[in-house]
Design a protein around this ligand. Sequence first.
Ligand SMILES: NC(=O)C1=CN([C@@H]2O[C@H](COP(=O)(O)OP(=O)(O)OC[C@H]3O[C@@H](n4cnc5c(N)ncnc54)[C@H](O)[C@@H]3O)[C@@H](O)[C@H]2O)C=CC1
Ligand SMILES: O=C(O)CCC(=O)C(=O)O
Length: 527
Amino acid sequence: MTKPKVLISDKMDPNAARIFEERGCDVDVITGETPEELKARIGEYDGLAIRSSTTVTQEILDAATNLKVIGRAGIGVDNVDIPYASGKGVVVMNTPFGNSITTAEHAIAMMMALARQIPQADARTQKGEWPKKDFMGIEVTGKTLGLIGAGNIGSIVASRALGLKMKVIAFDPFLTEERAVEIGVEKVDLDTLLARADFITLHTPLTDETRNILSAENLAKTKQGVRIVNCARGGLIDEAALAEKLESGHVAGAALDVFQTEPAKESPLFGLPNFICTPHLGASTTEAQVNVALQVAEQMADYLVNGGVTNALNMPSLSAEEAPKLRPYMGLAENLGSLVGQLAHGNLTRISIEREGAAAGLSGKPIEGAVLAGLMRQYSDTVNMVNAPYLAKERGLDIRSIRHEKEGVYNTLLRVTVGTEDGDRSVAGTLFGAEAPRLVEIFGVRIEAELEGHMLYIVNEDAPGFIGRIGSLLGDNGINIGTFHLGRRTSGGEAVLLLSVDQAIPADVVKKACALQGVKVVKPLSF
Ligand SMILES: NC(=O)C1=CN([C@@H]2O[C@H](COP(=O)(O)OP(=O)(O)OC[C@H]3O[C@@H](n4cnc5c(N)ncnc54)[C@H](O)[C@@H]3O)[C@@H](O)[C@H]2O)C=CC1
Ligand SMILES: O=C(O)CCC(=O)C(=O)O
């Protein structure tokens, strides 16, 4: 058998290459190439091991004709087009915990450096100025730290900050009261955090919900004299707005490890006296780099040599026998989880996953994993079908799997119900034939739709003329409708419209749809 061939395309601890070789792979380490060079080379490899410098685009994936697995030695996978990789059958893995302590420590180091202006004082002292009068710092003891995102890294930051005798508050829609108590933080909403925090640190993935979470509007809601640290992802803060707030003195200091565009060669923040930064060094310690290098090489070699799957973001762990029967249900389950995750807002406290008819005869765990992965992918890019149930339980979500062997209207059905602050919300789907998944119910309304690509969910008053109005709005904005699905609670009552469209719907079009007569809810969805 020919040996699988792996390319390590980013700077990685040498242990990775050693492990690949020991586990029966050929390995090349070629770093710093341009996208064109990588595109020309990638066709010969079965595995690609990366950190954050390589961006795996559709173009690279199209050229990667032999590629079977991409391994990210780290957490964030926003540099990999995962949906496209999934379409190409390429497994994407990450190492969800190997660098979390290190990154949390970097955030704490940045916070302390801000409090005492250490980089600025160091630079001037080394110039021979001895500027003792210019640097009056603040204590962190007794100050309030506001965490935006309290997952792995956020909760480690919390524990370190509590050790520094800070009061810690956190905004995270997936943080339960119980988990908040467990990690010693007070759960608050975003506006409360902005108003109360003396320091804000960010620890979320970059998603549609978190992009620009510190926008100009939200920065204006922060406390006078706040200090801000971002060691998560660049797009979380509006950098121009932050620069204005630093110049006006409203924000007393900011420390960034990550930038909207990396490598950051210029920025409105550069040169401001109360700004400090590092070049995406959050994960750069010997310990973390050994951890992630060993882990990624072990996981990738295991997959390439033995077919074992660990920490995959786009593939469930399945036995060879069950796999063909379960596969169509997995896609349906993940989409139903994703649908409730995208539509049911607020704090989710419980979820039930019901299998009815033929589905009751299948193993519940992979289906549960797929539903939870779909649900939690809205909140975390480290989630996969293996770790989703664990993460959900850790965050206090009450999970129930229920089997009903008796068939209902459909000979096979999956139903997902979440408990929210506004009551239970339920969606259900079936398989047409053996393979074709369909949504058949959404929040009590019967509807029949394929969940695929970009979609638009609308709840409106059931009255004549609405379909024409929404059709014209999308048409006028150059948005092509693929499929159109209607359902309603009662004639003249509430109607649901689910459209598939050929592109993501821009925010201004969503706003105009909200303003149409009779509209109650508009939500763009993606699957
Ligand atoms: N600077 C660096 O070198 C590194 C940066 N990172 C970044 O740190 C991020 C966090 O990592 P982990 O804590 O391990 O991930 P995690 O998945 O354990 O935690 C992320 C948390 O963000 C929360 N969240 C999601 N959407 C939110 C929203 N709209 N508002 C508030 N909270 C929200 C989630 O519920 C979750 O608790 C990663 O996604 C990665 O982008 C990670 C490692 C190194
Ligand atoms: O590999 C690195 O240096 C960056 C790590 C990172 O950003 C991540 O793990 O999300």
